[in-house]
Design a protein around this ligand. Structure first.
Ligand SMILES: CC(C)(COP(=O)(O)OP(=O)(O)OC[C@H]1O[C@@H](n2cnc3c(N)ncnc32)[C@H](O)[C@@H]1OP(=O)(O)O)[C@@H](O)C(=O)NCCC(=O)NCCS
Length: 238
């Protein structure tokens, strides 16, 4: 047993430091996710984005936890998901299982962004969650569904903009989502919104019917411009 060389001692030290940093990064991420999920209201973090007007649409949005969502609104969201996605699910390895989808949509950790038009007609929703995913704090977009009559007017892009703002204000590392590869309109849409193949996406040779897309999010930190300062949440212990 010889004496360890200086180089090998330094290497072990570097490894220990890297491990510590990684543990710290994960612990911070978990605390951001916990803090985000404890928020009573998300609207103050993104209020100016919740009103969307263009020449054909007058939309107001609100955000609630699934546990606070009106049953009629949840039923509409489930129905819209079935109308939009059933065929796509049926034509891939997943298949369509309504009970599983309803269970996923009703999970206690689900947040909902709901968009209504000026006649109070429900037009779009997103189901999203703050979660740890592969060691990263992420805002995971589980669902983005727009009524057929409300599409191609920038509403989907605005909804993603709201999710991105929420992710920044709660210090999530990215907005991540799963997209079916045989849904070309969704693929074109997410790419147009700046989403790219995520590092956690499975290799195409192994799984080809879905891919993981994401958009990196820059946290709103202490040096952020003044207008952002009241839309960032305080994280305990940070
Ligand atoms: C995909 C979806 C969310 C897009 O929402 P949207 O409100 O229509 O999208 P936007 O109007 O914000 O589109 C922004 C850009 O995305 C791209 N895009 C959107 N829909 C597209 C389509 N069908 N084909 C090609 N590009 C498209 C365009 O570049 C568009 O900009 P442009 O209209 O100026 O050309 C909507 O079509 C939808 O709900 N589809 C059914 C459900 C679904 O597939 N959800 C996503 C998977 S969970």
């Amino acid at each position: 047993m010889g004496k360890k060389s200086v180089a090998s001692v330094n290497k072990s030290k570097e490894k220990r430091q890297a491990r510590k940093l990684e543990q710290r990064r994960i612990a911070d991420g978990m605390s951001y996710v916990t803090s985000a999920n404890k928020l009573k209201e998300l609207a103050p973090l993104c209020k100016e984005l919740l009103v969307y007007r263009n020449k054909d649409l007058e939309i107001d949005m609100y955000i609630q936890k699934v546990t606070e969502l009106d049953k009629k609104v949840l039923d509409w969201a489930i129905d819209l998901t079935e109308r939009n996605m059933k065929n796509l699910y049926e034509t891939c390895a997943w298949g369509w299982n309504k009970d599983d989808k309803v269970e996923q949509m009703m999970d206690d950790s689900a947040w909902y962004l709901i968009a209504k038009d000026k006649n109070d007609k429900l037009q779009a929703f997103s189901h999203f969650r703050f979660d740890m995913d592969f060691g990263d704090p992420v805002l995971y977009c589980y669902e983005l569904q727009i009524e057929a009559g409300g599409r191609r007017r920038g509403l989907g892009q605005r909804v993603m903009g709201v999710l991105e703002r929420l992710a920044a204000a709660t210090r999530m590392r990215c907005v991540r989502l799963t997209a079916l590869t045989h849904n070309p309109s969704a693929s074109a849409f997410f790419r147009a919104c700046g989403y790219i193949l995520d590092e956690t996406s499975p290799p195409k040779e192994e799984i080809s019917h879905y891919e993981i897309l994401s958009k990196a999010i820059e946290a709103m930190d202490e040096d952020s411009p003044k207008e952002n300062s009241d839309s960032r949440i305080e994280i305990a212990g940070s």
